[in-house]
Design a protein around this ligand. Structure first.
Ligand code: SF4
Length: 257
């Protein structure tokens, strides 16, 4: 039996004996002190577990509404599936991109194509596993493109406005310590702000009181391989680590993507 379960059994039994008034439970002072020291810890473990399970249930409930969503009929008819979000429901960091691309539409998971692989490398360089953070997009459906054409298109303001409430629900449930907006569309979807990334990135903004760092979308780094642009994204991520009060080693300080 796990220690918290054993402790719970002991406490329940002691309470039953007291309630039934059969006889006074006998327990040494040392044992009582030990039990009392452990009890708050037991409650913390259970509360943390319950809070996590509740977040998982709430996210599943939103996902169940997103999956059959047809609020944008043109996207609902062209998508393979909706792409909800993935990661730790207790994540400290939430990464928000713009919309699923072809790979994400096929696999049902955000950031799994080449840009996603680069994002995963960035997350690992920060000292996290991909499963430690939460990753989502403003749009849950792939923006449609004309038949026979290739590539991805940016979401329209109306599409983002229509889908945004789902993302707000995700953020409200996860309650990350901070959000990283990846690219201009994510910024527009979250803050309703339009501006050049040069003006917006690299400094702290606020999304309903949650600190928000803006940086380039990894797809931009794939198009623009200049070391200086890569370094800018990494410097933004160093600011994120500092804000979370994570230790940063020398290798990370000098890291280049
Ligand atoms: S983009 Fe969002 S709002 Fe539009 S159909 Fe897809 S899930 Fe629904």
């Amino acid at each position: 039996m796990q220690f918290p379960s054993a402790l719970e059994t002991v406490l329940t039994t002691l309470e039953r004996i007291r309630d039934e008034n059969l006889h006074r439970p006998r327990v040494s002072r040392t044992t009582l002190e030990t039990l009392n020291r452990c009890a708050p810890q037991k409650i913390d473990i259970n509360e943390t577990k319950r809070a996590r399970e509740s977040k998982i249930d709430m996210l599943a409930s939103v996902q169940a509404r997103v999956a059959p969503c047809i609020k944008c009929p043109h996207l609902a008819s062209s998508r393979t599936q909706t792409v909800f979000g993935v990661g730790n429901p207790d994540a400290e960091i939430m990464f928000v991109g713009e919309a699923p691309g072809a790979d994400e539409d096929a696999q049902g998971e955000p950031f799994v194509g080449r840009a996603g692989q680069l994002l995963t490398r960035i997350i690992k360089a920060m000292g996290f596993a991909r499963d430690d953070v939460y990753i989502a997009n403003i749009l849950k459906c792939r923006p449609n493109i004309p038949a026979g054409s290739f590539g991805n298109r940016a979401p329209t303001p109306l599409e983002m406005q229509t889908c945004r409430p789902y993302l707000i629900e995700q953020i409200d449930i996860i309650q990350p310590k901070l959000i990283v907006a990846l690219g201009a569309a994510a910024v527009e979807g979250l803050l309703g702000t339009r501006g050049t990334m040069r003006e917006l990135r690299g400094r702290w903004h606020s999304f309903n009181g949650t600190p928000l760092m803006i940086t380039y979308h990894p797809a931009y780094l794939l198009r623009n391989q200049s070391p200086s642009e890569k370094r800018k994204v990494w410097e933004d991520m160093l600011q994120v680590l500092e804000r979370l009060e994570k230790p940063i080693n020398e290798k990370q300080r000098n890291y280049f993507l």
